[in-house]
Design a protein around this ligand. Structure first.
Ligand code: ZN
Length: 376
């Protein structure tokens, strides 16, 4: 039988093929352009039908989050619609740290990715479909270094200025699946949560803050290797035009409440991170954040407050990150939402792990929590 073939010259593709032999391949990750980050992968295997694939991604001890590979199963799809998991094992001592993915393919073609991809074509479908909904207006906030638009959807007649933005880190595709769920809720004329939020809020939604990194198959940076979530104190047209145009639009509207949506490589749970370390922290602001977190925790078993990041000491917050910058700049209730690449360890799904479907369900719970929070 001939060797399998491996391709990645498509939207968000990323893999280096070191060798193939029969149904096995030795692979490595390509770094984000002009940076040392690597973790995202997305590639296609053909010639796969009826064979036991063994795909080894090597040199992972130098990846951005080596802890991300422990207890992690790679995402796989034969039809690019349903994403399941392929049994994977990580050996820290093999070939500089190797993830071995095993998969028996029913089809001649199988796609593998770090998490279910969210393509720029799907992004444009999401923007166009949302923009034509009743009461939704579209704003083009600016242009990336590769010449792509930064898209913003706006809706609602209320006074509370709410900003939802995602995918500053392009390899965290969970974030845009979350956005798809949020927009389905907010643009549905019958959805009670959407109706309440549109009545009480003015919503500004940026489903993808980093289209260049997304298309290029990056984990964490834009076209020139810049981590956008370290640019919020002084964004520049040269290095981070994405952040500059979003922050300028926020300065125009003001911000009362915001969620920055991400994925976390290592922690097997969804959680929030706040802004405790900012110098201008107000008691009311911190209480608002904790109240939102408690509401969300009560609403869904796919969210929890035990696992997460440590609390930053008073006055020690870096204002380079959006959540702390917005909390300091506007005195608002801002937060970073993290979803797992692995699974919710308290409610495992053997077939899919954490999935696009669960990202979308969590988005609706986040919005329902916001509607409840606004009553308090
Ligand atoms: Zn992130």
């Amino acid at each position: 039988m001939s060797d399998i073939q491996i391709d990645c010259a498509f939207d968000s593709g990323n893999i280096l093929v070191l060798s193939t032999e029969g149904a096995s391949a030795r692979l490595a990750l390509r770094k984000d352009h002009m940076s040392d980050f690597k973790q995202w992968f997305h590639f296609r295997v053909s010639g796969a039908a009826g064979r036991e694939l063994e795909l080894k991604i090597t040199d992972l001890n130098t990846s951005a989050y080596p802890g991300g590979w422990i207890d992690y199963d790679a995402c796989v799809s034969e039809d690019r619609a349903y994403w399941g998991r392929a049994r994977s094992t990580f050996d820290v001592n093999e070939d500089g740290g190797t993830l071995t993915i095993s998969y028996a393919s029913g089809s001649d073609i199988a796609y593998f990715a770090y998490f279910a991809p969210y393509s720029m074509e799907r992004h444009h479908d999401l923007i166009a479909e949302s923009a034509q909904c009743e009461g939704v207006s579209y704003r083009r906030l600016g242009t990336t270094l590769d010449g792509q638009p930064i898209d913003c959807l706006e809706m609602g007649e209320g006074k509370k200025e709410v900003w939802l933005y995602a995918r500053q880190h392009p390899g965290e595709t969970q974030a845009e699946w979350w956005m798809e769920g949020a927009l389905e809720c907010l643009t549905d004329p019958a959805d009670p949560v959407g109706r309440i939020l549109r009545r009480k809020c003015r919503l500004h939604i940026v489903p993808n803050c980093n289209p260049d990194g997304s298309r290029r198959g990056h984990l964490r940076t834009n076209a020139v290797g810049v981590n956008l979530n370290r640019e919020w104190d002084k964004p520049s047209a040269e290095k981070s035009p994405e952040v500059l145009c979003i922050r300028n639009a926020m300065d125009e509207s003001g911000v009362d409440f915001s969620i920055d949506v991400h994925g976390d490589e290592a922690i097997p749970a969804a959680f929030l991170a706040g802004f405790e370390g900012i110098s201008g922290l107000k008691d009311r602001q911190q209480a608002d954040y904790l109240r939102y977190q408690a509401i969300l925790d009560r609403r869904t078993p796919d969210f929890q407050t035990v696992l997460g990041y440590g609390i930053t000491a008073p006055g020690k917050a870096k204002l380079t990150m959006s959540t702390t910058q917005l909390a300091q700049r506007f005195g608002c209730c801002s937060m970073t939402l993290e979803m797992p690449f692995k699974d919710n360890c308290n409610l495992r799904d053997q077939a899919q792990g954490w999935s696009p479907e669960r990202c979308k369900l969590l988005a609706r719970d986040c919005l329902a929590a916001l509607a409840e929070w606004l009553e308090g």
